[in-house]
Design a protein around this ligand. Structure first.
Ligand code: FES
Length: 100
């Protein structure tokens, strides 16, 4: 099963393949904002995937549009509710205030 490593929190968890990053955060007891409830209608669940980016589902156009409106977007940015985990990844969560 894929391992999700939370860079700043120093936590690793194992998840079922196909789990979203947002659900992995919840399973690990780590808070990730998700203002729209995970339906790709905000960008508060923005995270950076610093390792294993290719181990995620491909971003759909809706997700890319949402990310266009987010702050501090990099080539490693994904929306936590939209990115499904298929292999090991390392995630960095933005500090939640003022970054979206
Ligand atoms: S929670 Fe709104 S886009 Fe992910």
């Amino acid at each position: 099963m894929p391992i999700v490593k939370f860079e700043d929190e120093g936590k690793d968890i194992e998840v079922e393949a196909g789990t979203s990053i947002l659900d992995a955060c919840e399973a690990a007891g780590i808070h990730l904002d998700h203002a729209c409830g995970g339906v790709c209608a905000c960008s508060t669940c923005h995270v950076w995937v610093n390792a294993g980016f290719d181990n995620l589902s491909e971003a759909e156009e809706d997700e890319e549009d949402r990310l266009d409106g987010a702050k501090n977007v990099t080539m490693k940015s994904r929306l936590g509710c939209q990115a499904m985990i298929n292999g090991d990844i390392t995630v960095k969560l933005p500090k939640q205030k003022g970054l979206h």
